[in-house]
Design a protein around this ligand. Structure first.
Ligand code: ZN
Length: 115
């Protein structure tokens, strides 16, 4: 399952970061997930909650930021959001569109409990 392996790699980073900084408890983990990463949010939340048990992050809630797909047209220069996977410029119709955002899958912030 795609989402379970993503949840596991997110947790690995969180746990490693927590250990490096002698953190006792992680309160929340905020992640940026682009729409092109094709992650099913509920599955990811479910997997995260199951996998966090017994770790330093067991109290942590997972906050998912949905990052829209933004492309830049190389023909006319228009930067715009794309709701589907057809990258045809909304201005000139060119298919020569470079994706600027929407592919990311990374941790933005880890909130920890103070002493
Ligand atoms: Zn264009």
């Amino acid at each position: 399952m795609h989402e379970a392996s993503i949840a596991q790699s997110l947790l690995d980073v969180v746990i490693e970061t927590a250990h490096k900084n002698s953190v006792k408890s992680v309160l929340s983990v905020e992640v940026n997930i682009g729409r092109l990463a094709a992650v099913e949010k509920n599955s990811l939340l479910f997997a995260f909650d199951a996998l966090k048990e017994g770790t330093v992050a067991e109290k942590a809630s997972l906050i998912i930021n949905d990052i829209p797909i933004v492309g830049k047209c190389n023909a006319c220069g228009l930067e715009d959001e794309y709701d589907n996977f057809v990258f045809s410029c909304h201005n000139c119709g060119s298919y020569d569109v470079t994706i600027i955002s929407g592919e990311e899958l990374n941790i933005k912030e880890i909130e920890v409990e103070d002493e």
